[in-house]
Design a protein around this ligand. Structure first.
Ligand code: ATP
Length: 703
């Protein structure tokens, strides 16, 4: 009996038999119509916290069901599609020691899925006259290694202009018989150099390529044995919390991709990790994936969490909340606000946050830990996907910035007029070469630069802690009197999509993308669209001691803008400043002009955008549009800056921000500041509501 696979990602579970016969706690599996069940429900015994929760998956294979059955029911349909030239994926994920490797590789007494599948594929290939070859790889610490190479060569993931992924350096070895394959696959451990010290865990992949007789079709079957998920707060782990967090991040990244695929989202965050980037072609389009959640029969918090996420992927991003979900969310809402500090320690932290807080985490085990963990796990699930979206946005923004900066650099080659106002001076060559090796370096930058992670993409990692990129746009049409507009890039950047799409990513094999500098969080403060936000806080009471209200700040900003516009038309930089500026030279130059200190500050807050050359090309309309778009970006930047820095009382002066939201904002921004307006959705506001709030604030300037 074959299973119809209508979803892009089918999510099933595989139960690992209990190793402890005396164990009382075990998972409960409900299959309404036995083997024919379309969905199954998995829950935990009543003795466990969170036992009321049950999770739906497409199916669950229990210990009694042989691995052969998984082949027949799940993998055979995939094999057919591979022979038609498509790609397919079988991914085993789960907590540590949940049986992933056993499932894929098997042992002497029981063949794993890879062997069974290879056997099937070889006989099909023989029938059809196709050829089969294999690649075996490992992804460890964001580096891909070719395991069929004696020296574990590093594989470079290249993305062509059309977005096509090339795995440069990954061997493909032809396979003609099962024994040949087994020798190759299982002989690996003996021939390879030993793993690095300290130990690291990795994701292991097997790619089976099928090439048709006339070489006009090439399908791939990809088996992936994911590294095991483990709570980074575990004290008895062989790995350090950072390494665990790094692994977990790549697990989340893959799960986010699965979720986005199943939810048919327009954006799939492939660039969240090396693994998802390298598998992009295999995962995307109409290629099918079988996600197998490995579950030990005994309850474990880590398995519970993995199941929770798998179930969410399975449900295909069904965001319509039923009553139970709402109830859970409300419960969480309460617990978040009541014990925010304790709770935050239980929720997953971004890797950066984990680094910052790991010492605190170790000291905090409460008697309510299991209970809190349960709530936190549910919260994690939501946070995870929120993180993914926001991170994706952030990354997109990074890419956009990258593209934009690249354009500026091109300009620089012809004009020699780029200024880098960084902590250390950087040669032009360094900067240019940086732009050809990107993506994960941008992630490295994010690691160190939480607040401005999107903006710092153009910097070498070592500069990234507090760098900002100053791009200078030179009006080359009037070489006699070049006009300069210097702008610092801020985290709230919104850039040009068209530019971003043209960026060609070339990755180095020695890169490390190990941190999660994700910003927003999908926290459970439920506000319905159209709800009157003003009711939460209508008063804008003056407080002399507090920082000035946003409206005043926006008004100041608008005044500053006006003065800058005036200045940009008047400012003629002295001859000696026409060569590249250092920061101090720039300051000196400003001293010679009539730019006020306020204007300089306002320049620093500015988001980058195409600078308008103020020469003959500018019609009054273009000038006006450019200035109003600057005003808009500045207002947004200032609004976010206010949200990221203001005290709770000040926050409450904003329209729509009451006690609850102010508390959330303060909690959330501690972990990850708000970079874009979209990030504010993390406090339970819809995009429409966020826009409405800002409109009201700006509108008030004119009252
Ligand atoms: N279905 C099974 N039947 C019998 N033993 C199993 C089964 N699944 C796993 N095991 C045993 O459990 C242990 C852990 O399994 P395995 O190594 O496959 O876990 P894993 O999830 O790959 O671990 P890690 O997270 O470390 O990669 C092994 O000793 C394995 O033989």
């Amino acid at each position: 009996m074959e299973t119809k696979m209508t979803k892009l990602v089918r999510v099933v579970a595989r139960v690992k038999p209990s190793t402890d016969p005396s164990s009382t706690g075990s998972i409960l599996i409900q299959k309404p119509v036995g083997e024919d069940s379309e969905t199954v429900t998995i829950s935990f015994g009543v003795q466990f916290a969170g036992s009321k929760d049950s999770y739906k998956l497409d199916y669950c294979y229990e210990e009694s069901e042989a691995t052969d059955l998984i082949l027949t029911k799940e993998i055979k349909p995939l094999i057919s599609s591979v022979f038609e030239g498509r790609d397919a994926n079988v991914i085993a994920h789960g907590a540590r020691s949940s049986g992933k490797t056993h499932l894929i590789q098997g042992n002497e007494s029981e063949f794993g899925l890879a062997i069974l599948t290879m056997s099937e594929m070889l006989s099909m290939a023989e029938e059809k006259g196709n050829s089969v070859s294999v690649s075996v790889y490992e992804v460890s610490q964001e580096i891909v290694y070719d395991l069929l190479d004696q020296q574990k060569r590093v594989v470079t993931v290249l993305e062509g202009a059309q977005g096509k992924i090339q795995l440069k350096g990954l061997s493909q070895v032809p396979v003609k018989s099962l024994s040949e394959f087994q020798n190759l696959y299982f002989g690996l451990k003996k021939t390879q150099k030993l793993s690095s010290d300290p130990p690291v865990r990795s994701h292991k992949g097997l790619m089976i390529h099928v090439i048709s007789a006339n070489a006009d079709s090439h399908g791939r079957m990809n088996f992936l044995d994911m590294a095991g998920y483990e709570d980074s707060r575990k004290q008895n782990s062989a790995l350090g919390p950072l390494e665990i967090a790094r692994i977990n991040k790549s697990i989340y990244a893959l799960q986010n991709v699965m979720y986005a695929l199943n939810a048919n989202e327009s954006h799939v965050p492939y660039r969240e990790s090396k693994l998802t980037r390298m598998l992009k072609d295999c995962l995307q389009g109409c290629n099918r994936t079988l996600l197998i959640t490995c579950l030990p029969r005994e309850f474990s918090q880590d398995s519970f969490y993995m199941l929770n996420l798998a179930s969410r992927i399975c449900q295909g991003g069904n965001r319509a909340m039923n009553n139970t979900t709402k109830k859970k969310i409300n419960g969480l809402e309460k617990s978040v606000s009541l014990s925010s500090a304790a709770q935050r320690r239980q929720t997953p932290l971004t890797v950066s946050a984990t680094n910052r807080k790991q010492t605190v985490l170790r000291g905090n085990v409460t008697e309510r830990k299991t209970k809190i963990n349960t709530a936190a796990s549910a919260l994690k699930a939501r946070k995870l996907f929120g993180e993914a979206n926001d991170s994706a946005r952030c990354k997109t923004s990074s890419k956009k910035m990258e593209g934009k900066a690249k354009m500026t650099l091109k300009k620089e080659i012809s004009t020699s007029k780029v200024i880098l106002s960084v902590q250390a001076s950087s040669s032009k060559e360094e900067v240019c070469s940086y732009f050809t090796v990107t993506d994960s370096q941008s992630s490295l930058v994010e690691e160190n630069s939480l607040a401005y992670s999107c903006s710092a993409v153009a910097m070498e990692p070592s500069y990234s802690t507090s760098v900002s990129l100053s791009s200078e746009v030179v009006d080359t049409t009037d070489k006699e009197t070049p006009r300069k507009h210097e702008e610092k890039v801020s985290g709230a950047t919104q850039c040009d999509d068209a530019v971003a799409d043209k960026v060609q990513i070339v990755e180095s094999g020695v890169e490390r993308d190990d941190n999660n500098s994700v910003t927003g969080e999908d926290l459970p403060l439920v506000v319905n669209e159209g709800e009157n936000l003003d009711k939460e806080n209508n008063s804008l009471l003056g407080n002399e001691t507090a920082s000035p209200p946003l409206s005043i700040r926006l008004q100041n900003l608008s005044n500053n803008l006006k003065s800058i516009c005036k200045i940009s038309n008047q400012l003629s930089v002295p001859e000696k400043y026409q060569t590249p500026f250092t920061e101090s030279q720039a300051e000196e130059a400003l001293e010679h002009s009539d730019i006020t200190a306020e204007a300089v500050v306002s320049l620093e807050l500015r988001t980058p955008e195409k600078s308008m050359p103020s020469n003959v090309d500018c019609t009054p309309w273009k000038t006006y549009s450019a200035h109003s778009s600057k005003l808009k970006n500045s207002a947004v930047g200032d609004y976010l800056k206010f949200i990221n820095t203001a005290g709770k009382e000040d926050l409450k002066k904003l329209k729509g921000i009451g006690e609850k939201r102010a508390t959330y904002i303060v909690e959330l921004r501690d972990e990850s500041p708000f970079h874009t307006l979209d990030d504010l959705q993390g406090i339970g506001l819809s995009a429409k509501q966020v826009k409405g709030l800002l409109k009201k604030e700006i509108g008030d300037i004119f009252d």
